[in-house]
Design a protein around this ligand. Structure first.
Ligand code: MN
Length: 284
């Protein structure tokens, strides 16, 4: 299934995408109060009810798609997880990690798949993009083995890990440079795991104003998705709706000294998961 949040007639609803339509599934999941996070927590129990819904249906072109999860409890991201990106960072003098490098994007940065992204007035000069595959957790879990990791995944989405490089490099934790409001566009929906034969065999492409800047395969991750989940859950409990950004390949703006300015449009697409497209605007 492709699970979405969308707004039409002034009301935001949960939906499933079928072809070029989105079907309102709110009536099938009355207990979740419109929260995708709560829906994922009970997905096994309500999957049949969701699959049975066939109305009301809206054309995708007629609705506004929202971030598929508005309220994850965590948004974790791994850095330098594609060798060609680690190489371009090393060429710029950045240390290359010898273990998984994790940081947080604060959940308040989450933004819609087609919403505008702000070039912040306090960080106008080095705003950058990062195409990534997002993984959405479906089960509360701790100490998950690599072999069992796929069983805790609800599904996948497209992510742009928007970054203010100057703020990122001021601090070894990255947190502030990764967490400006609007810098977490995700979507366009969550494609459930059962629809993806191999999450490590998907082509990912980022276009800036129609020109391809990043293109790679999710199979080129240094630490694959299952290793990431095993490593994280040595430390912490993961919860339904938690979001993981799995790293970006080469071609980020800083490598070519080309940063985002008002009017730039960035589109990130991943095979089988759809595409998100966001315009950059100066913060009002
Ligand atoms: Mn990233």
């Amino acid at each position: 299934m492709k699970l979405a949040r969308f707004t039409v007639d002034g009301r935001t609803r949960l939906g499933k995408v079928v072809g070029d339509q989105v079907i309102d599934i709110s009536a099938a999941v009355p207990d979740v109060g419109g929260s995708m996070r709560l829906l994922l927590d009970q997905l096994d129990a309500v999957r049949g009810a969701i699959e049975a819904v066939d109305a009301p249906s809206f054309a995708l072109a007629q609705v506004t798609l929202e971030a598929p999860i508005a309220d994850p409890q965590k948004y974790l991201a791994i850095g330098m997880n594609y060798q060609d990106h680690a190489d371009e960072a090393a060429a710029a003098g950045k240390p290359v990690p010898t273990s998984q490098l994790w940081f947080n994007k604060q959940v308040s940065c989450i933004n819609g798949p087609f919403s505008d992204i702000e070039v912040p007035s306090s960080a106008p000069d080095m705003v950058d993009y990062e195409a990534e595959m997002g993984v959405v957790i479906g089960k509360r879990c701790r100490h998950v083995s690599r072999e069992d990791a796929r069983s805790v995944i609800a599904g996948y989405c497209v992510v742009n890990d928007v970054t203010a490089r100057d703020w990122q490099f001021r601090s070894p934790t990255f947190t502030l440079g990764k967490s400006f409001d609007t810098h977490g566009p995700i979507g366009p929906w969550i494609t459930t795991d059962d629809e993806i034969a191999d999450p490590h065999a998907l082509t990912m492409t980022l276009e800036l104003n129609g020109e391809v800047r990043q293109q790679s395969s999710t199979g080129k991750m240094i630490y694959d998705i299952y290793e990431q989940i095993a490593y994280l859950t040595e430390v912490m409990t993961l919860e339904p709706g938690d979001l993981i950004a799995t790293g970006t390949p080469a071609g980020v703006g800083i490598a070519g000294n080309r940063f985002m300015k008002e009017g730039d449009v960035v589109r990130v697409s991943i095979d089988g998961l759809g595409a998100i497209e966001n315009r950059f605007v100066n913060e009002a």
